[in-house]
Design a protein around this ligand. Structure first.
Ligand SMILES: CC(C)(COP(=O)(O)OP(=O)(O)OC[C@H]1O[C@@H](n2cnc3c(N)ncnc32)[C@H](O)[C@@H]1OP(=O)(O)O)[C@@H](O)C(=O)NCCC(=O)NCCS
Length: 204
């Protein structure tokens, strides 16, 4: 693999990271995408973890990004169990499937553990995240938002072994992940125009 460097994002990276996120997600899960607006809006919001707002540079070029947010599992016996979540994670389309996403994910998980995170909950593709030790929450007693059972894309990873053992409760997606589509469209107009396509396999 080519030399790469993972470092915290700085304000000078903001626009490049948003453009990268747009490139990585464009037409993948829906026609166009919302994730670049999500990144734009989340920095500085409550729960955002600046130390885990990371970019990956390869040969001096910014080709990857990940950001984390504090979240919680509300247990059925009334406790609030702190966890973290992350996303979006983006690797530039022309650099995908070379191990960079996994490298960025695993470096960021080590940094999250060093900051005291004990478990990470995410919504994502088990085929990618399973390679880094995430398991389906459906195999545990942790539910997803108000759904009666966990969907297959709701995944967990303990950073401290046993932290989630015996836990019954519900994880709630942090509010900041809910994006207003009309606002996202207005934000998208500040980027070069691009065709929104409806493609097989999209979720929305
Ligand atoms: C998802 C993403 C971050 C993965 O990064 P990447 O650099 O392409 O992935 P890697 O090369 O590090 O892959 C790591 C492992 O996951 C597997 N993997 C990666 N993406 C996969 C996919 N879409 N489907 C199935 N397996 C996948 C790889 O085969 C590899 O397996 P291996 O370790 O056995 O070789 C990147 O493809 C991306 O930015 N995609 C668009 C945006 C997106 O979907 N983000 C995630 C939202 S959940």
């Amino acid at each position: 693999m080519a030399d790469f460097l993972i470092r915290p994002e700085t304000p000078a990276d903001y626009r490049a990271v948003e453009a990268l996120t747009r490139d990585a997600f464009w037409n993948v899960y829906r026609p166009g995408c919302l994730e670049h607006y999500l990144v734009h809006r989340y920095r500085g919001r409550e729960g955002f973890v600046p130390e885990l707002d990371l970019v990956l540079e390869m040969n001096g070029r910014l080709v990857g990004h990940i950001m984390y947010v504090h979240a919680a599992i509300h247990t059925d016996d009334g406790k609030v169990l702190p966890v973290m979540t992350f996303g979006p994670i983006s690797i530039a389309p022309e650099c995908q499937r070379r191990g960079l996403g996994k490298a960025l994910l695993e470096d960021s998980l080590a940094r999250a553990a060093a900051l005291g995170a004990k478990a990470v909950c995410i919504e994502g593709n088990p085929a990618f995240y399973g390679k880094s030790g995430f398991v389906a929450a459906a195999s545990t007693a942790i539910r997803y938002n108000d759904e009666p059972s966990a969907p297959p894309y709701f995944l967990l990873k303990e950073l401290v072994p046993g932290y989630l053992t015996g836990i019954c409760g519900a994880y709630h997606t942090p509010e900041g992940y809910l994006v207003d589509e009309a606002e996202a469209l207005r934000f998208d107009a500040s980027f070069p125009p691009r065709e929104r396509l409806r493609l097989p396999g999209q979720l929305a």
